[in-house]
Design a protein around this ligand. Structure first.
Ligand code: NAD
Ligand code: ZN
Length: 340
């Protein structure tokens, strides 16, 4: 089979590889679609010595497809079942896995498509417990639910106990992850949703996805965000950009007892001072989602209430799709279709 791999640092390319065989407890998935994530840009651009991975590995961590073969001991999952593949490959035995936080398995730096072989190939082998059946959902469309959908869901879900009927929330960066965050908030809460975006076309998309108010990123963001939120501040702010400016706007606009999720890997910082944050605000920097949360996301998508925005690309066009992601010219998540 052909795989699109990170061959050396800053050197992705197509490589011929043997079709992987599922071992005991594993399944082989014939890949239908692979969503491209902004995190991939970090993997593609990092020079040697930055990320803790051995090369090469196959890129692509938002994978969905069909069960193609099962290894010894695997029961209860039939071939041709459509499945979403979890990004992480948790051990199931460490302290975090046992407490249900398998997205923080001891080695959460590694996952499929980052340090391990991912989905940008005809086939990928994964643990049988790391796939979620999709029912009638099309793997060539819903692959981005596995990270863009699930990671944003994890962030929103953690804040739900602190939201009330009259809450105001803010989502900064309404791209792949942020677009789903707006939707989880629309579906799961009655909060008024304020969205912040840098690209005018995504401001419009944010409204279509469920934002009540939209404001453009840029100068004076923190002040303009407060005007849109109202003087009490936001009960939750989700930052899918993570630069100095967005982290400042996020943390400064959180209400007393509110939450701030810094999800974007923009390598920003915020200098915390007395008075620079409201009382009892929880700031957290989440990563990924549990497999159970991926299951909840798939169930929500099955309900038909979730808009899955995708732009599909042939397998040979993976480099073009990555360029479009980098340029910020995609209308919805890029999904690459390997030849399965
Ligand atoms: P994306 O490119 O699809 O979306 C980012 C959006 O932010 C774009 O619409 C862009 O126009 C907008 N934007 C850029 N600068 C902005 C600014 N200053 N203010 C407002 N909006 C701005 O990216 P994505 O795939 O959704 O990923 C978003 C971030 O989340 C990335 O940093 C990615 O690395 C990170 N990420 C984190 C995790 C995690 O587990 N923590 C998982 C996946 C992705
Ligand atoms: Zn990702």
């Amino acid at each position: 089979m052909t795989a699109y791999r990170l061959i050396d640092w800053q050197q992705p390319g197509y490589v011929e590889m043997p079709v992987p065989q599922p071992g005991p407890g594993q399944v082989r998935v014939r890949v239908g679609g692979v969503g491209l994530c902004h995190s991939d840009i970090l993997f593609l651009d990092s020079p040697a010595g930055v990320l803790p991975y051995d090369l090469p590995f196959t890129l692509g961590h938002e994978t969905a497809g069909w069960i193609d073969a099962v290894g010894d001991g695997v029961t209860g999952i039939a071939t041709d079942t459509a499945v979403a593949v979890a990004c992480m490959s948790p051990c199931g035995q460490c302290r975090q896995c046992l407490r249900g936080a398998d997205n923080y398995c001891v080695d959460s730096w590694h996952g499929r498509g980052f340090g391990m072989d991912g989905g940008l190939a005809s086939f990928v082998v994964v643990g049988a417990g790391q796939v979620v059946p999709l029912g009638d959902l099309d793997p060539r469309v819903v692959a981005p639910l596995t990270d863009a959908g699930a990671t944003s869901y994890h962030a929103v879900k953690r804040t739900l106990p602190k939201l009330a009927a009259d809450s105001v929330v803010a989502v900064i960066g309404v791209g792949g992850l942020g677009g789903y965050a707006v939707q989880w908030l629309r579906i799961l809460t009655s909060a008024r949703i304020v969205a912040v975006e840098a690209r005018p076309e995504r401001l419009e998309a944010a409204r279509a996805l469920g934002a009540d108010d939209v404001i453009e990123a840029g100068d004076g963001l923190s002040r303009r965000l407060r005007e849109a939120i109202g003087p009490q501040g936001a009960d939750a702010v989700y930052d899918f950009v993570g630069t100095d400016s967005t982290m400042n706007a996020a943390i400064r606009n959180a209400a007393v007892l509110g939450s701030v999720a810094i999800v974007g890997q923009g390598f920003g910082s915020y200098h915390l001072t007395w008075g620079g944050i409201a009382h009892d605000v929880d700031v957290f920097v989440p990563q990924g989602a549990t497999i159970a949360e991926l299951g909840e996301v798939v169930d929500l998508a099955k309900s038909g209430e979730v808009i899955v925005e995708v732009e599909q690309f042939g397998f040979d066009d993976a480099p073009t799709a990555y360029s479009r992601l980098r340029e910020g010219t995609l209308n919805g998540r890029a999904v690459v279709l390997p030849p399965g």
